[in-house]
Design a protein around this ligand. Sequence first.
Ligand code: MCN
Length: 780
Amino acid sequence: MSSRIFGSGIRRREDPRLITGGATYTDDLTLPGMLYAAMLRSPHAHARITSIDTSAAKQAPGVVAVFTGADVKDALKPVPCAWLLPNSNLKIAAFPAIAVDTVRFVGDIVAVVVAETRHQAYDALELIEVGYSPLPAVIDPVAASRDGAPQLHPDIPRNEAFHWTVAGGDVDAAFAAADVVVKETIVQQRLIPTALETRATLATWGGASGELTVWNTTQNPHIARFVMSAVTGVPEDKLRVIAPEVGGGFGSKIAVYPADFVTLFCSMRIGKPVKWAETRSENYQATTHGRDHVQQVELAAKKDGTILGLRATIHAGMGAYLSTAAPGIPTILHGLMLSAVYQLPALKEDVHGIYTNATPVEAYRGAGRPEATFMLERMVDKLAATLKMDPADVRFKNMIPRFENGHTVITGLSYDSGDYPGGLKKVLDHVKYADLRRQQAEGRAQGRYLGIGLATYVEICGLGPSQVAGAIGFQGGLWESAIVRVHPTGKVHVFIGASPHGQGEETTFAQLVAHEIGVEVNDVKVLHGDTEMSPMGWGTYGSRTTAVGGAALILAARKVRDKAKVIAAHLLEAAVEDMDYADGRFFVKGAPDKAKTIQDIALMANVAWNMPAGVEAGLEASMFYDPPNFAYPFGSHVAVVEVDRETGQIELKRYVALDDCGPQINPVIVEGQVHGGVVQGIGQALWEQAVYDENGQLLTGTMLDYALPRADRLCDIEVIHTVTPSPHHPLGLKGVGEAGTIASTAAICNAVMDALAPLGVETLRMPFTPERVWNAINKA
Ligand code: MCN
């Protein structure tokens, strides 16, 4: 069985505990004497704090302490931004954990109450009197970048956090030589990640021992420890961060937040365990958002559809402060991906990162790559419409041909492997594209508006190597590590530095180890998420856990296998060179009956009664893996929609996702990841948007107002694939965690615009609500 476990769709072992209420999340934890923290958050998007009176709150029942910005400002360093983007004139505004004299977004923390019960803490918040002198606010990044706009930070004119440029080829010559130029202003609206579990922190200070233990809803406990140590001054060796069950993150649990530091501070100051858990409204206000780009784009081409160049200016809203990875998202993860799957000869893009009076942005599933894919895929469709060509033909004409070992694009990135035309052809064959176009034409003749949307993408994932991290200003490493420990009875513990929080690696990583050393998959337990138990790792984001952490694990398992072979040779009195291995059995070549199983060897290695000379006892190996390159998964998605001309309603008729993440460890998990990602991308196209009013109030502050995708609004999502191994991963694997999100927004948008084309609608802003569609039809 073990040799076939790779590629098998076994069920996720995480699920029984997750779906029967058996999982323990941070907010489920209780410690003796534990107190509860509640944050008082600014109701203004921009205001001076003129006074704070906490005296009544301090007298309220059960209240143990109330702290304001003045109390914490010397104890906590500013909340750090960890992506110091080079060549960008980056200006980082100090982000105090609790605002001291100015609030800059609705949700900025103004004070914290610590009480014996959660309700007492919330009740006491209402007794804090804060005097505010409101200031003008600005939410739109383009408006915020203009002279005379409200300025958030005193030394940062036009609110410009950074200005970064990517360029290649002669873009002016490309536009001069063009037969046709298509232009569009695309708004990638702000989105709210909405993980099932909101954020929470439980901190307990060990007093004289100087030890601080923290349970935190984090995607990356080691980064959290690193950052918490820097902000609080507690040395790393005395700080333990545990990520218990974490109920999804989608990027919003990468950062360590002001409320986390404040909770740590409260525990240290009071000397008792303190827990803070946000409400959903707090989550919407103060947990990071995603996207928020205004993209002005021009694409130059010849009249046969050959693309000559791309020019763009992006205003990327950063919110009031720079979150951990924010500067890298519209630049490195977006700007460097603009060649997409195409042979783009010339490019220039200016990215302006702009402070606005909104919640800080951070990675949100796809992070930069959906925004890049959307730009190219929308413009290619516009080009096709202008030239009256089929959008598939324009894509085939410009695509990078199949390559197996490296292709360098104009932005300087070297893609690892890809077959973009092959993927597009396969998905078009699957949907019977010509038939679909025929049905569309017949429908139009009868007044039915069917739309067919294509989107082809390549994404950068498997974030690493670390050397590149240094060059692009990311203040951390990008390697991963793993330990494989085989116990005397042949049962295995695996310790990994990455920290999955819904993706299923407790299952797939057990499959990897079973595949490599031939134990049963159920004999492998995968442990992670505690800085005192798991080896160092840089976290689960950027679809890197399998591409980087999985590689570390495979290589650690192979070290175990190599050692086991040496021990087997010794026990069988054979030369190591004469040994063979299959399915957990080590045998003398040509004599498969003369064999030792991995379990026999595990026992001998652990009792160590009869070991080969010079070989250490134990059967365990560790591996630090820094990949030589990123991994570049890709795919092509097709969406079919029907627009109701009378109501503007959009019905999803069919969705097919073709993704290529190399060989799949577990096709069922891959399918689940693609489903989740596709749905989030569809959410952006059709329903989701963080809406602020002109004063900076978040109007979509609850789940009633923020329109998440619902199952009854979706169609079946068909998942197919091609397999193009990465040349640099030990098993050829690439990531898949974000894949679905990257193409789906563009595919849906292209389908809707295709449906609306005969009605004369040429441009429309997301989300495509019925009202917007109906208005656009009537206006056209
Ligand atoms: N996998 C596989 N074969 C491959 C590639 C991956 O079987 N060739 C499996 C993996 O082993 C893993 C899953 O697919 O079980 C996703 O793996 P990977 O692509 O390595 O992505 P990560 O584990 O690094 O997850 C991060 C990615 C990101 S960036 C976001 S955002 C996201 C996502 O995963 N957030 C999620 N998927 C999520 N799924 C859930 N349930 N919750 C989130 O917060």
